[in-house]
Design a protein around this ligand. Structure first.
Ligand code: 26Q
Length: 826
């Protein structure tokens, strides 16, 4: 076991056998798949940890700015297959296991997803870790070691049931505990103000509770395996000191309560992907995470540079993934001021040089605020610092620009006065960060024009765009081996590194023999998915049908119900129009709803009811099947995406910041039906308007409609097909014997003002869907378009996104004080 680089089949086999002695008992016939899986993971961990050590050493001597990516969420998915591919030992491992009588791909299914996130934002963080390691950047991901990640979803009589995710039930082979990097976090208590001899005011925080933060490191293997970075996840534990005080006093009960309280902090991921009402535990979770991460960043800096703080801005950048880790700013201020006794303005200048912030949403209800009361109770010292930053901002910045303008002060203040006095986290981020970015071109423009127009006026070069991307390793090479093999045969160079090389396919788009090969791969993938659908849902689907896919979190703005209305309309036409015909289609959904999101859950129920009715109606003659695959997650996405013909990206224009599923599906040869929203716009630009199905109102038209007064009944009265469909929600057509059970959806569309303009886009959506159908009937035409979609996705490589971050943000070191002045300051 001396040479962890060893890559021959025989050596790999020996390594697995060695670890089997730890993961299995000697009865060979009874060795479980789980034991083989664990032994295989341990075998490649030898290689991974060796490379991790090399990487750390390389980065230590490189003196480059290290990137700290702070995110409350990481959706890593399964790790084995991805790690094997990135280390280029997939074939070796497969052969070694074969020699042991085990099928490697069977082992994959035993692996648990790391589901420490909700959706797009969490998966983006995972793609970026992959790209940062691939580009050999000195980057560390920080997150929370949730005991339970995103809930597992089941359907009971069509309704979503949540059960806890147990990703560590049997331990995870990928994580390593690092007790030497443990942190202490303080909460509650009060602040004491002392005026010293020269009138110098010092503030001392006397906390009421101490929590331990224990780091678990997950290695992140870059493509080709040279760089292995770290994702550091914090687990909360009771301070042992606290436990023993109570215990020794004979108060066993309260010792346990303290322990449980502390461990609750990292117990569970909040399953909302829009900001819900400010819950104390979520606030504490955010602070716990920020305090651990900031103090770890400082410890790692001081290990290398001691107290030479002049180096800090050139050596450290902290990227905030949305506002969830905003408290990191305030914590860094507090440590500099209270722990290091810096002057307030020195601490503030430093913070303004190291933080950058990514915005992922324009939805007003999703902009985080925390009540001042809660803030005061949990983090009294931090609240003072927020007030001080606000004072600086309002007096030194706002008042300079707009002297005496009270309305501006109110609008821009870090503190909102109504409906409740609260801290606006996004404002704190924008005021502090030296760069703020949106996640797609249109989104970044809307951030400037609609979300933060005054901030944009104050600091015109602060707001930039970095269009999201996806890693072509997981989202093509790993999940679609058949297509990867075909690409390898026809593309010169490594497309998995330089995805723009896929453009070489463009010259083959008209080639009948290549079209045939490309579509044969698709057909194979559809067959595999058909099997999964049979196993999961006991529904038979025809691989020659058009596979129409909408996979994403369930949200009104994403408009799964628009898709549903179209399905119901087709069903109505099949039953009522004797001449109606269409190419057979399978509508495939995957979506989790936040447990407290009533209408989202009603939409899931409605889709399942409509599916049940249509799938069992012989009159449909198999023209339509509707499949809602339960428990949508990364590993299920990896099965659905390679098999998709059509990608549904149908959000209300202006609402989806970017979307990333749109990129994954197009990369795997699905055509998009979508609105001019988020990254769809850039996808359309890349593939050309003739290779995408665009429908509906654009952002300008939606704004205009809103100004004019929107009247959903207008569409109801004007369109008889829409009327039939909406009225069927009142009948028992899809809920036999229980009429009106689905009426909440109809009510939201007609009585509650249809906030996401579903009815306004319905007709145009149906027209475009008809074009999809007609195009699919011309299989050569469809094949050409599909090939051109794959060929045109080069831009959406997350390596390109990370290079953009590097160029526009991380390599920019704002100059404030001179280096000499910094040395004096400390
Ligand atoms: C905040 C406070 C309290 C509880 C929950 C939250 C919370 C958690 C997760 C708020 C939002 C999220 C997730 C947001 C998200 O996934 N946004 C998506 O980010 C993608 C990556 O940029 C974009 O492609 C999507 O358009 C965007 O919706």
């Amino acid at each position: 076991m001396d040479h962890p680089q060893a890559q021959t089949v025989a050596e790999f086999k020996a390594r697995i056998e060695h670890y089997l002695t730890q993961t299995a008992l000697p009865d060979k016939a009874a060795i479980s798949a789980k034991a083989y899986l664990k032994a295989t993971c341990m075998a490649i961990n030898d290689v991974i940890h060796h490379r991790l050590h090399e990487t750390v050493q390389r980065h230590q001597t490189a003196q480059s700015r290290s990137i700290n990516y702070l995110s409350l969420e990481y959706l890593m998915g399964r790790m084995l297959s991805n790690n094997l591919h990135n280390l280029d030992c997939f074939a070796v491992a497969a052969e070694a296991l074969q020699a042991l009588g085990v099928e490697l791909t069977d082992l994959f299914e035993e692996g648990h997803d790391l589901a420490l996130g909700n959706g797009g934002l969490g998966r983006l963080a995972a793609c970026y870790l992959d790209s940062m390691a691939t580009l050999e950047l000195d980057a560390m991901g920080y997150g929370i070691h949730y005991q339970h990640g995103l809930f597992e979803q089941q359907f009971h009589h069509g309704r979503q049931i949540e059960t806890p995710d147990e990703w560590r039930e049997y331990g995870s082979p990928w994580e390593v505990c690092r007790p030497e990097a443990e942190q202490e976090v303080f909460l509650y208590g009060h602040v004491e103000i002392d005026t010293g001899e020269q009138g110098k005011v010092t503030k001392t925080w006397h906390p009421g509770q101490i929590i331990r933060g224990v780091p678990w490191d997950v290695p992140v293997v870059g493509y080709r395996g040279k760089t292995v970075n770290t994702l550091r996840l914090w687990e909360s534990r009771a301070s042992s000191h606290f436990d023993w005080v109570a215990f020794n006093e004979g108060n066993y009960q309260s010792a346990h309560i303290a322990k449980n309280q502390a461990e609750t902090i990292s117990k569970v991921l909040y399953p909302n992907d829009d900001t819900a009402a400010g819950k104390e535990l979520r606030f504490i979770q955010q602070y716990f995470f920020c305090a651990c991460s900031i103090n770890d960043i400082l410890a790692r800096f001081q290990e290398r540079f001691g107290d030479d703080w002049s180096q800090f801005p050139s050596q450290v950048v902290i990227q905030l993934n949305d506002t969830h880790p905003t408290l990191a700013i305030v914590e860094l201020m507090r440590v500099f001021i209270d722990q290091h006794q810096w002057a307030w303005h020195d601490a503030w200048e430093m913070c303004q040089q190291v933080f950058a912030y990514t915005n992922h949403t324009l939805l007003p209800e999703a902009l985080e605020t925390w009540s001042v009361d809660l803030f005061q109770r949990v983090l009294p010292r931090h609240l003072e610092i927020v007030y001080e930053i606000n004072e600086w901002f309002l007096n030194q910045v706002v008042n300079q620009q707009w002297p005496g303008d009270v309305a501006k002060r109110r609008a821009l203040s870090l503190i909102a006065e109504t409906p409740e006095k609260s801290v606006r986290m996004a404002h704190l981020c924008v005021v502090t960060a030296y760069r703020v970015n949106g996640v797609a071109a249109i989104h970044s423009e809307l951030v400037k024009s609609d979300l933060f127009p005054e901030f944009h006026q104050l600091w015109p070069s602060k707001l930039v765009n970095v269009t999201n991307g996806i890693t072509p390793r997981r989202w093509l090479k790993v999940c679609n081996p058949k297509l990867s093999e075909l690409l390898d045969q026809h593309i010169v160079g490594d497309w998995a590194l330089d995805l723009t090389q896929l453009a070489q396919l463009k010259s083959l788009a008209d080639d009948a023999s290549f079209q045939q090969k490309f579509m044969a791969v698709k057909r194979h993938n559809k067959q595999c998915l058909a099997q999964t659908i049979w196993q999961q849902c006991q529904i038979r689907v025809d691989p020659d049908a058009l596979f129409d896919v909408q996979i994403k979190r369930l949200h009104e703005y994403k408009r799964q119900h628009l898709n549903l209305l179209h399905i119901m309309a087709l069903y109505w036409r099949i039953l009522n129009e004797p001449d109606f015909t269409m190419h057979p289609r399978v509508f495939i959904f995957g979506a989790k709803a936040a447990p407290g999101y009533y209408l989202a859950k009603e939409i899931i129920y409605a889709i399942n009811c409509v599916a049940e009715t249509i799938n069992n109606d012989a009159r449909v003659k198999g023209l339509i099947k509707v499949v809602f695959l339960p428990n949508y997650r990364v590993s299920l996405a990896e099965k659905i995406i390679p098999a998709a013909d059509l990608s549904e990206q149908i959000s209300t224009a202006g609402k989806e910041a970017s979307g990333t599923g749109n990129m994954k599906l197009a990369l795997n040869g699905a055509l998009t039906i979508g609105t001019m929203d988020g990254a769809n716009i850039e996808i359309a630009e890349e593939v050309g308007r003739e290779n995408i199905f665009i429908f509906g109102l654009n952002v300008e038209q939606i704004k205009q409609l809103n100004n004019e007064h929107y009247e959903p009944w207008h569409y109801y009265h004007q369109d008889s097909l829409l009327r039939h469909v909406l009225d069927s929600f009142l009948s028992d057509q899809f809920t036999p014997g229980r009429p009106g059970e689905l009426s909440a959806i109809r009510d939201s569309l007609l009585e509650a003002g249809d906030p996401y303009r579903v009815l306004a886009d319905f007709q145009s959506y149906c027209v475009e869907q008809q074009r999809v159908n007609d195009t699919f009937c011309n299989s050569a035409r469809w094949a050409k378009m599909a090939i051109l979609n794959t060929a045109s996705m080069g831009k959406f490589n997350s390596d390109r996104s990370i290079n953009d971050y590097q160029r526009l943000i991380w390599s920019q070191i704002p100059q404030k004080k001179t280096l000499q002045q910094w040395s004096q300051a400390s």
